[in-house]
Design a protein around this ligand. Structure first.
Ligand code: SAH
Length: 274
């Protein structure tokens, strides 16, 4: 629908404006300044899609990433299928698109990073590894803390009934909205700009809660907003140590059962919004 006219396809995906595009034909969205900024950004994103250079062969590169996740021990077929469907290169800056399917974290601006695929896959597999989730056949209603660029949000939307995702940094919240707006499953996603330490009361309780930033302690709101039979997965500092590991908490009525898993390294969970 929004395909650019032949011969005018921009060479770069998202981030065109930040790249300091030199002289040459301007993208149509930028040539009509009276249009709302949000609309223009979205159009630019849509237009750029087939021209990433990676677009044509990204299926094969993504299939290789999925194969690596399988070799690394991810057995959850739904998680693997989600990684096969969501185009990670659309969530990172164009300059980094060629690295998008490597097992590495990448900068997304404001000192934040998109997490490593293997760690995201491990956390999603842990989240779904409960009797309740298996019986339901989905992660149910999910709360995600730390939207970042929105990549994990898109994966969650493939695996859940509904996702509420909170980000404290407004520019990243806005960027995620652009990335996810025309993505599959977007009707299942609600993006919130706020402090995820207080969760999101209006849509609680959640069957699954996942955090993408590591804190010193477990915010009480997360435990309160976790549904009975639900599971929470979060990177958390080990008491008295700088080391972070994955913490899994299962709620059974008023009981919260905790397990510690492997060591990880996530950006800090901060308070307030910016
Ligand atoms: N899953 C994200 C990872 C982003 S990094 C992705 O795929 O891109 C973690 C994010 O958590 C950062 O964007 C950071 O700003 C955010 N964050 C840290 N503390 C937060 C808080 N209290 N509430 C909401 N977001 C928070």
């Amino acid at each position: 629908m929004n395909a650019p006219p032949p011969g005018r396809r921009p060479r770069f995906p998202l981030g065109l404006a930040q790249m300091g595009q030199p002289a040459g034909p301007k993208p149509a969205a930028m040539a009509r300044p009276q249009r709302p900024l949000q609309q223009a950004v979205q159009d630019a994103a849509r237009m750029s899609r087939p021209a990433t250079g990676l677009g044509m062969d990204s299926d094969a590169v993504r299939a290789r990433m999925v194969q690596r996740l399988r070799v690394d021990g991810i057995r959850d077929e739904a998680v693997l299928a989600a990684f096969g469907r969501v185009l990670r290169h659309r969530f990172v800056d164009s300059a980094l698109a060629t690295q998008a399917y490597e097992d590495t974290s990448l900068p997304i601006g404001l000192e934040q990073t998109i997490s490593k695929p293997s760690v995201v896959a491990r956390m999603l597999a842990l989240l779904g590894d409960t009797e309740t989730a298996r019986a339901r056949g989905s992660l149910g209603r999910v709360l995600e803390v730390g939207t970042g660029c929105g990549y994990q949000t898109a994966l969650l939307a493939e695996l859940a009934r509904h996702v509420v995702s909170i980000e404290r940094l407004k520019p990243l919240h806005d960027k995620a909205r652009v990335h996810l707006d025309d993505g599959r499953g977007h009707h299942r996603i609600r993006l919130v700009w706020g402090d995820g330490r207080v969760g999101h009361g209006p849509q609680a309780p959640y069957d699954s809660i996942i955090a993408a930033a590591g804190g010193e302690d477990l915010p009480p709101a997360w435990l309160e907003q976790l549904a009975d039979g639900g599971r929470l997965v979060a990177p958390m500092h080990e008491p008295g140590s700088r080391r972070q590991s994955l913490l899994v908490v299962d709620r059974q009525g008023d009981r919260y059962l905790r397990q510690r898993h492997e060591t990880v390294l996530f950006v800090p969970l901060k308070s307030g919004v910016e």
